[in-house]
Design a protein around this ligand. Structure first.
Ligand code: FPP
Length: 251
């Protein structure tokens, strides 16, 4: 018989969870299905994971839904993903409202096809006053592109005489990113790859990392809880010492 699941300690949950959702294609191909079926199943997983994060009281869930490198995929797959995104944005509205979830997005959103962009704007508007979980979709997103865009913005402000270069500090840069806010506490990646793949490069500086072999379509509430339980065991030092012993350091 399997061990009873240990309850999660609310005090030890991450406030901001970020996920690199990987393995839709592999999951489908292993089952003799088309990659598209993997993406469809992946969209169902987004609903499951979002709802559970909202119930657990997390503040933010950021999902890597489409990278700016994903535009290099075959046209048919891109078209399918963009249609799936549009459908998701329409169909999920009742679930988002029921769970008090606010939908936001980061990335070069102007790259999205107009129908997907329209539904994204409508869903963001509809859910804007929800006070629970912030579900942030990274769409046409790249960490380097985000930093490039932030630097351009700071450059413009310097040229306009609104900002002096010597006044730039880390918080100036954080505030110039697509969505200023709390950095992720935990970064989860599915399908076993040990890479950050250009995701939230600035923001994950001190994030704890959890990689699971489960593909995204098979990542459910149990896998989410396993990641959260693992996070609860981590000691976060942010480069400092948890229990500094100055006398030991100074002899
Ligand atoms: C990687 O799977 C996943 C993506 C391309 C992004 C995530 C997309 C979804 C979860 C689909 C639904 C999204 C929305 C927002 C409706 P992969 O195809 O790269 O997997 P592979 O590495 O096994 O081929």
């Amino acid at each position: 018989m399997s061990e009873p699941q240990q309850a999660l300690d609310p005090a030890k949950l991450p406030r901001h969870l970020a996920i690199i959702m990987d393995g839709n294609g592999r999951w489908a191909q292993r089952r003799g299905m088309l990659r598209a079926a993997g993406h469809e199943s992946g969209a169902d997983t987004i609903r499951t994971v979002t709802t559970e994060c909202a119930k657990l009281g997390l503040e933010q869930l950021t999902l890597y839904a489409f990278s700016n490198e994903n535009w290099k995929r075959p046209r048919t797959e891109i078209t399918f993903l963009m249609r799936l995104l549009r459908k998701f944005l329409v169909n999920e509205r009742p679930t988002l409202m029921e769970n008090d979830v606010r939908l936001t997005a980061i990335g070069r959103l102007d790259d999205l096809p107009a129908p997907a962009r329209r539904e994204l704007d409508k869903t963001m508007e509809l859910t804007a006053d929800n006070g629970g979980l912030n579900l942030c979709l990274a769409l046409s997103y790249g960490g380097r592109a985000e930093l490039t865009d932030a630097m351009r913005e700071l450059g413009r402000r310097i040229a306009a005489g609104e900002l002096a270069p010597e006044d730039i500090d880390e918080s100036t840069i954080s505030r110039a990113l697509y969505q200023p806010g709390r950095d992720p506490d935990l970064l989860v990646r599915t399908a076993g790859e040990m890479r950050v793949s250009n995701f939230l490069l600035w923001q994950i500086s001190y994030a704890e990392i959890f990689v699971t072999n489960a593909c995204w379509p098979e990542f459910g509430v149990d896998q989410l809880h396993a990641a959260l339980r693992d996070y609860a065991t981590r000691t976060r030092k942010f480069g400092g010492l948890v229990d500094p012993q100055p006398e030991a350091l100074h002899g």
